[in-house]
Design a protein around this ligand. Sequence first.
Ligand SMILES: Cc1cc2nc3c(=O)[nH]c(=O)nc-3n(C[C@H](O)[C@H](O)[C@H](O)COP(=O)(O)OP(=O)(O)OC[C@H]3O[C@@H](n4cnc5c(N)ncnc54)[C@H](O)[C@@H]3O)c2cc1C
Length: 381
Amino acid sequence: MIYETEETREYRHHLSRWVDERLKPRAEELDNSGEFSIELFREIGELGYLGTMYSEEAGGSGLKKPYTCFTILCEELARASVGFAAGVCMQGSTSTHTLHAWGDEEVKTNFFLPALKGEKIGAFAITEPNAGSDAASLKTKAQKTEGGWLLNGTKVFTTNGTVADFLTVVATTDPALKAKGLELFLVDKTSPGFSVGRKLDKFSVHCSDTAELIFENVFVPDNRRLNNGSGSSFLNAYQALTVDRIFTAALAIGVGRAAYDASLQYIQDRKQFGQPVGKFQAVQFRQVEMLAKLEAARLYTYHAANLADQSKDITREAALAKIIAAENCNEVCHMAMLNYGGWGLMNEFPVQRFLRDSYFPMVGGGTGDIMRMIVARQIGL
Ligand SMILES: Cc1cc2nc3c(=O)[nH]c(=O)nc-3n(C[C@H](O)[C@H](O)[C@H](O)COP(=O)(O)OP(=O)(O)OC[C@H]3O[C@@H](n4cnc5c(N)ncnc54)[C@H](O)[C@@H]3O)c2cc1C
């Protein structure tokens, strides 16, 4: 595959074995129970995968192509379980990125380093019941007080929300300032006033933990305001979310691959009219269409990751990768369902899970409409 190096090949090879031996056999059970597996999460941490994005000096893996490798991590985990992959993806990128980039020594020692080892779980909470795509209108308020800040508000759809040990919360210091008033605050889950409102029940990615969170006069010390004195940190939040789009695209590719592989096997095994259904041109063409969509998604997403590894601005490419991969792979999963006929609708086959899970990358990290708005701005419209 293009953009691969010996390092990325080895990374994929070792990880892939863990996925086949540890995650894939449990994917269906996790989907049925709806539990995020902390046991498997700790294993991923012990194996060092949560440090993929960071240098050795920072306590991470010190890889030459960290963005490409993290894209591989998201893809490989998602080919077994998008739900589990979503929690790991959140930990290894957004929720640790903000601490690494803008946390002081105390933050790094108590939260960032344990998070890289899988000892602590992190979450990133920006979305609110009445502020999704329009994040700048969020209402969670941060009010200055002696030695820190008091947070009040409600967050929703927070991945890892009920299991998180810490959360990066986006709050406004002045709603009239809209985006310019937004800041990032690191909240320890043991802080008085913090509580989980409810765990949300979902159609898709069952085993990803998704929660509503409540903040009532939650005190955050000054040093856990993640802006290093650089003024408004909305830009910080935005940077963290930009690269995440590539990883969400990788989740789509993982589940698209799983659907493609399952379908290819099925149409060779399933016989009708005295021959495998894969001998019928309509079915063959559908399978080839799936491959075309999948390959386009993979090529573009790894292209974007490769640019990120070169420290290039990827605002446009990350949004395009998410559009291409999320939408192509949702179609791939849909076509896999068609190739399975009636058995596709039965829970004993995983294609229905693949299709359900393929809706998550279409929304998580921003909808396709919002990705199109970002690209439109990038091309001068
Ligand atoms: C499983 C899951 C996990 C998530 N995890 C997290 C998380 O960890 N942390 C977090 O903060 N958030 C998380 N989210 C939230 C996610 O980022 C939002 O759902 C997403 O940004 C869309 O917001 P919304 O759901 O409020 O939709 P809305 O913003 O209400 O959008 C509704 C519709 O209107 C369209 N729309 C809105 N504005 C425009 C516009 N200007 N132009 C054109 N169309 C528009 C949208 O595309 C969509 O079709 C998660 C969501 C899901 C489903």
